[in-house]
Design a protein around this ligand. Structure first.
Ligand code: IMP
Length: 194
């Protein structure tokens, strides 16, 4: 069974391959499937953006497709940066910009969550969207060297995501949670024919 993942991000691809291989599912990148698409992610929700990416690939490959869209939602900023997480600041300035915009927010009000929506389109075009999230707090300074994006300022308990090893992060992260929900869904879908 082959599923095309609407990404060329090698880290996401590897994570998905590790999760889904026990089901006998082979995850192909869009490049492996011979397509190259980069649709405008102009949805207002993570679910819409995940579907935009999945539909663009499905239209060309007509194989099952998965696509994910993620971001950071900060309560004190009314859910920002949300779907604008990647575009919140110039490359390399995401954490600094977030810390500056929250400099007057006291510790107890710095609650946040990372969110991932994963869209699956089956062989016949049936669409399913599943969501995973990880609650945490925004710190007052960057800490740690692992990961990417907002990891150095996202506190999961007493450590930032950038202080965790990738396996520790995957076990609790929004993306891990969404992929595990999709694993359960696909297990039923392929083994029990729901
Ligand atoms: P994407 O939809 O997975 O490409 O995520 C969009 C943006 O959200 C990324 O460019 C990051 O800035 C941020 N983001 C998503 N997931 C994470 C994460 O696990 N750690 C840190 N930042 C993340």
């Amino acid at each position: 069974m082959k599923i095309v993942m609407a990404t060329n991000n090698q880290n996401k691809l590897r994570e998905a391959q590790e999760i889904f291989s026990p089901l006998g599912i082979e995850i192909l990148s869009q490049k492996d499937a011979g397509v190259s698409v980069n649709p405008e992610e102009n949805g207002t929700t993570f679910a819409e953006n995940a579907l935009i990416k999945a539909r663009a690939v499905y239209a060309l490959v007509k194989l099952p497709v998965i696509a994910d869209d993620s971001g950071l939602c900060v309560d004190a900023l009314n859910g920002a940066p949300g779907v604008y997480s990647a575009r919140y600041a110039p490359e390399g300035q995401l954490c600094e910009t977030l810390l500056k915009n929250m400099q007057h927010v006291p510790e107890e009000q710095r609650t946040a969550r990372f969110v991932t929506d994963v869209a699956f389109i089956d062989q016949n075009g049936k669409e399913t969207v599943l969501e995973g999230f990880c609650p945490g707090m925004i710190g007052f300074e960057k800490r740690g060297v692992n990961g990417f994006g907002y990891d150095p300022v996202f506190l999961y308990g007493s450590q930032t995501f950038a202080e965790l090893e990738s396996e520790q992060k995957n076990a609790v992260s929004h993306r891990g949670a969404a992929f595990r929900k999709l694993y359960d869904y696909l297990k039923k879908y392929y083994q029990e024919g729901i």
